[in-house]
Design a binder for this molecule. Structure first.
Ligand SMILES: Cc1ncc(C[n+]2csc(CCOP(=O)(O)OP(=O)(O)O)c2C)c(N)n1
Ligand SMILES: [Mg+2]
Length: 416
C-alpha cells in the first residue's frame, strides 16, 4: 500500500527506507516526507490560518457573483428560517442529512431535532414529562433511561421522520467515540445489506468538548478504521467561562482534523448556505472510498449566556458581545437574503412568531406509576414496596393530593 502510494506519487518504485535515488523518506510513520537540508521548525503562527467558507455576506448577498444560487428550493429555506430558534449551524447541517443518518449531539442542537421532525410540542412534552413525552413513552432503541430536562432523545415515529437521534450527552465529548463506533457499525451493516442506502453518522460537539481526550481518541479511531462519520464542531469561542485562548493555541479545531489525516473544512457558522453546502459535501466524502471521517468546524460567536443560570458579563466585556451582535447573526442574515428575494416580509415575521409562541396544547400528566418505570428494565423490589407505600399514603390522605391531572388517578399506580 505504502509502496503503491510512493510509486504513484514519484512515478518510480522507491525503497521504503528512502535509500537510493530518492528525494524523500518513506518511514512507516511518515509515508511521503521529502528530505531537506534546511533545518526548520514548523511554527503554527507562520502558517496561514485555515480559511472560512462563506456563501452569503452579512447583508444576505451572495459573495461570489460568478457562482450559481444555493441549490435549495425556496420553500425549504423558509422551513430552515422558521426552525432557526437559536443558530444556523444545527438547522443547516441537519438539512444536509437523510432521515436514515444517525445523529449524536451535545446539548446546543435543538435545531437538529427540529429540522429532523421533532416539534416544539415534542420538546415541551419532554421538558414537562407529560403523557405526550415521546422520549419516555416509546421503547427507545438506544436508551431506556428517562430523559432529564434538555436531554432530548427520540426515535419518534409520530413526527415526519423517525428521528434517529441518540439521547443528548451530558458528560462532554462522550458522544464522539460513540459516534465513531456507531459509524463503523453502520458501515458494516450497509455492506451486508445492499438494499440499504449508505448512511453516515453526524456527531456534534463544542470546541470546549474537543479539549477532552475522547475527542482525540474518536478522531483517530475513525480515521484508522475509515468510519463514515461527519464530526461537526461548533466553535463559539467559549466553554462556559473559558475562552478559546485558554483551551488551545493552535488554529482552531480544524487544524486537528488535518493532523489526524481527516478531510476538513472550516465554515462560517452564521451563514446557513455555507454550513449546508459544507455539510452536504462532507456527507458525500464520508461515503466515498468505502467510508471515511470528515470534520466540519463551524464558527459562530456565542452571543447568549452559556445557559439561563450563567451571567457571562462576569467573564467577558459587554462591548465584545454587543460588537458581535451588531456585526452578525445567522437569523438576520438569512432574513435579509429572503427579503432580497421577496420571500419574506414583516407581516410574515409577525405571524410566524405569534404561531411559534402559542403554548403547545396542554396534556395530562402520565400515570403516577411512570415515576418508577424506565429506570431499570424491571421495577426493583424496593421500588415496588415504595409504590405500595405511596398508594397507601394517597388512599389515607385523599384531600392532600390532587390526582386529577394524572392519567387514571390512583389506579395509575397499578400494573397496566
Ligand atoms: C466531562 C465534563 N466536564 C465538564 C462539564 C461541565 N460543562 C458543561 S458544558 C461545558 C462547556 C462546554 O463548552 P463547549 O463544548 O464549547 O460547548 P458550548 O456550551 O460552548 O456550546 C462544561 C465545561 C461536563 N458537562 N462534562
Ligand atoms: Mg463552545
Amino acid at each position: 500500500m505504502q509502496d503503491e502510494r510512493s510509486q504513484r506519487e514519484d512515478g518510480e518504485a522507491q525503497s521504503p527506507s528512502g535509500r537510493g535515488r530518492t528525494d524523500r523518506v518513506h518511514f512507516p510513520g511518515a509515508v511521503n516526507s521529502k528530505f531537506t537540508s534546511d533545518m526548520k521548525f514548523l511554527k503554527a503562527s507562520d502558517l496561514p490560518a485555515i480559511p472560512t467558507y462563506r456563501v452569503l455576506d452579512s447583508d444576505g448577498e451572495i459573495v461570489d457573483k460568478t457562482r450559481g444560487p444555493p441549490d435549495v428550493p425556496d420553500e425549504e429555506v423558509l422551513t430552515w428560517y422558521k426552525n432557526m430558534l437559536t443558530e444556523g449551524i444545527a438547522v443547516a447541517s441537519a438539512a444536509a442529512l437523510t432521515p436514515d443518518d444517525v445523529v449524536f449531539v451535545q446539548y446546543r442542537e435543538t435545531g437538529v431535532f427540529q429540522q429532523r421532525g421533532f416539534t416544539l410540542k415534542n420538546f415541551m412534552s419532554q421538558l414537562f414529562a407529560n403523557a405526550n413525552d415521546n422520549g419516555r413513552e416509546e421503547t427507545c432503541l438506544f436508551t431506556t433511561r428517562k430523559a432529564t430536562p434538555e436531554h432530548t432523545k427520540s426515535r419518534s415515529t409520530s413526527s415526519k421522520y423517525t428521528v434517529k437521534q441518540h439521547a443528548i450527552s451530558s458528560p462532554l465529548a462522550t458522544q464522539i467515540p460513540q459516534a465513531a463506533g456507531a459509524a463503523y457499525a453502520l458501515k458494516i451493516q450497509d455492506l451486508q445489506n445492499p438494499n440499504q442506502s449508505p448512511r453516515v453518522v453526524a456527531c456534534y460537539f463544542g470546541e470546549g468538548a474537543a479539549s477532552e481526550g475522547d475527542f482525540h481518541a474518536a478522531l483517530n479511531i475513525a480515521a484508522t478504521r475509515s468510519c463514515p462519520v461527519v464530526f461537526v464542531c461548533r466553535n463559539n469561542g467559549y466553554a462556559i467561562s473559558t475562552p478559546t485562548l485558554e483551551q488551545y493555541r493552535g488554529d482552531g479545531i480544524a487544524s486537528r482534523g488535518v493532523g489526524y489525516g481527516i478531510d476538513t473544512i472550516r465554515v462560517d457558522g452564521n451563514d446557513v448556505f455555507a454550513v449546508y453546502e459544507g455539510m452536504k459535501e462532507a456527507r458525500r466524502r464520508a461515503l466515498s472510498d468505502g467510508g471515511r471521517p470528515v470534520l466540519v468546524e463551524a464558527m459562530s460567536y456565542r452571543v447568549s449566556h452559556h445557559s439561563t443560570s450563567d451571567d457571562s458579563f462576569a467573564y467577558r466585556a459587554r462591548v465584545e458581545v454587543e460588537d458581535w451582535k451588531r456585526r452578525d447573526n445567522p437569523i438576520i442574515r438569512l432574513r435579509k437574503w429572503l427579503e432580497n428575494k421577496g420571500l419574506w416580509n414583516e407581516d410574515m415575521e409577525k405571524e410566524t412568531r405569534d404561531q411559534l409562541r402559542q403554548a403547545p396544547s396542554g396534556r395530562r400528566n402520565p400515570p403516577i406509576r411512570e415515576a418508577f418505570t424506565d429506570v431499570y428494565e424491571d421495577i426493583t423490589e424496593e421500588a415496588q414496596e415504595q409504590m405500595q407505600e405511596l398508594k397507601r399514603i394517597l388512599q389515607t390522605y385523599p384531600d392532600e393530593y390532587d390526582l386529577r391531572p394524572y392519567k387514571d388517578g390512583i389506579n395509575g399506580l397499578d400494573k397496566q
